[in-house]
Write a protein that binds this ligand. Structure first.
Ligand SMILES: Nc1nc2c(ncn2[C@@H]2O[C@H](COP(=O)(O)OP(=O)(O)OP(=O)(O)O)[C@@H](O)[C@H]2O)c(=O)[nH]1
Ligand SMILES: [Mg+2]
Length: 423
């Protein structure tokens, strides 16, 4: 017997939208991720959302007997509810009402481990609460059974006070976040300076991004092999970690793992996670990790693509990585055009993935030969670090270096070039 709280999930199918089924399935997963047992599901086809009750008033009334019969503790709605809708529905149902946004916020709050993630979730939660304060108090008043109308004036004053307190709190949290993001900025600048290409993992939550990161680190990580956390749960990762990956031919790049996406990620949450997602926006290449074993994977791909737009990660080359292929009939490893089919968990196809990354990321690399005077030791060590050295010889005039290096470096040290590949 499970002693989890029971939830009823409710959705409005607006103009029979094509992805309604998937969104309800996702809501079910989110509800379970929040540790509720989904005991029932209710839906209504509508042409427009009811401004006061989200769904038809009659339909909300119809929910009531269900709640008793199924011993429901919480009702979860598939969209974000307005303050008024929330208030009205709570009044009718007399139970805890969550909407999609507060549900996602609650999961994030449960998962947040780092200080930055916690602050970000706090900000998003307070911002969600702010316009809904009045409703929250009325609900409390009802449960308390009766301070009621006669205290209304006092109540409103209290709401106003609390509103200001919450606003101050948000400002304060944002200030602290800014401090942290400054530090992050410094680290990022240092990385950018290193000249190593930056590759970021993106994708729907639970697609296997962190698993892929760990396998890549294990196989190609060199010294920096600290693992990230993997778990079969939605939003296991809420922060960003970056590791250096060294390919067998000595080329290196930085790989970042970050928070996964889900449909309709709350706007406030996206804003709050702005700095965490900086690595994605600044990447040279995105690896879009897709759980090909999930029947809804196409919908999930679209969600990731939409979210990338929303966070401003545009015009970055993308490599589609179809993961968990071990759970399908697809024979792996397989590579078709820009698509790679792998199993991160079983370590199948990691090599072709690395080759694909290499082709994409190092395509603006050039084969050149430098002759570098002995008093320019810094240049030699820079190239040793950031270029693939094919040959090194000492001549009377200096060091002869045959390398594949970034076009950028090529220009920077052009005066030392003695031979250059032409296209
Ligand atoms: N069968 C199979 N399972 C996998 C594979 N890759 C990852 N998994 C499993 O999928 C689950 C989720 O993996 P994670 O790596 O945590 O997924 P994620 O994309 O980082 O998820 P979030 O951080 O929540 O966004 C774990 O139970 C993994 O063991 C794979 O190639 N095959
Ligand atoms: Mg993860």
């Amino acid at each position: 017997m499970s002693n989890k709280h029971k939830a009823l999930i409710v959705g409005v199918n607006l103009n029979s939208r094509s992805n309604f089924e998937e969104s309800m399935e996702e809501l079910k997963n989110l509800t379970e991720a929040c540790d509720y047992q989904v005991a029932g599901r209710m839906e209504q086809n509508l042409k427009s959302i009811h401004p006061a009750f989200y769904m038809g008033t009659g339909k909300v009334q119809e929910l009531k007997p269900f709640l008793e019969e199924l011993e429901i503790d919480v009702v979860v709605f598939n969209d974000e509810l307005s303050s008024m809708q929330l208030k009205n529905i709570e009044k009718v149902l007399d139970t805890i009402v969550l909407d999609r946004t507060s549900l996602i916020l609650e999961i994030f709050a449960k998962r947040a481990k780092t200080k930055e993630a916690r602050l970000q979730v706090d900000v998003a939660q307070l911002q969600y609460l702010l316009p809904r304060l009045a409703g929250a108090y009325e609900a409390l008043g009802r449960q308390g059974g009766g301070a009621g109308l006669k205290n209304r004036g006092a109540g409103e004053k209290k709401i106003e006070l609390d509103r200001r307190r919450i606003e101050d709190q948000i400002t304060d949290l944002q200030k602290r976040l800014k401090e942290i993001s400054k530090k992050r900025e410094v680290q990022r600048k240092r990385r950018a300076k290193s000249g190593l290409p930056m590759v970021a993992l993106v994708g729907y939550t639970n697609a296997g991004k962190s698993t892929l990161m760990n396998e890549a680190v294990e196989m190609y990580g060199g010294a920096d092999s600290k693992k990230v956390w993997v778990k079969d749960m939605l939003f296991a990762t809420l922060d960003t970690s970056t590791r250096k990956i060294e390919l067998p031919n000595q080329k290196s790049f930085l790989l970042s793992d970050t928070v996964g996406f889900v449909s309709n990620l709350p706007h406030n949450l996206i804003k709050a996670f702005h700095s965490t997602l900086e690595e994605v926006r600044e990447a040279d290449l995105l690896l879009h990790v897709i759980d090909i074993s999930n029947p809804d994977y196409r919908e999930q791909m679209k969600i990731t693509e939409d979210t990338l737009q929303k966070i401003g990660a545009v015009d970055i080359p993308i490599l589609d990585v179809y993961n968990k292929a071990d759970l399908t009939d697809i024979e792996i490893p397989l590579m078709i055009e820009d698509k790679v089919y792998i199993s991160a968990k079983e370590q199948v196809g990691m090599d072709i993935l690395m080759e694909a990354i290499e082709r994409k990321v190092f395509k603006d690399y050039k084969k050149v030969t430098f002759l570098i005077p002995f008093d320019e030791g810094d240049v030699v060590s820079h190239l040793n670090k950031h270029a693939t050295v094919r040959g090194q010889e000492y001549k009377p005039e200096g060091t002869l270096l045959e390398v594949e290096c970034k076009v950028q470096d090529c220009e920077k040290y052009r005066k030392y070039i003695v031979a250059e590949e032409t296209e």
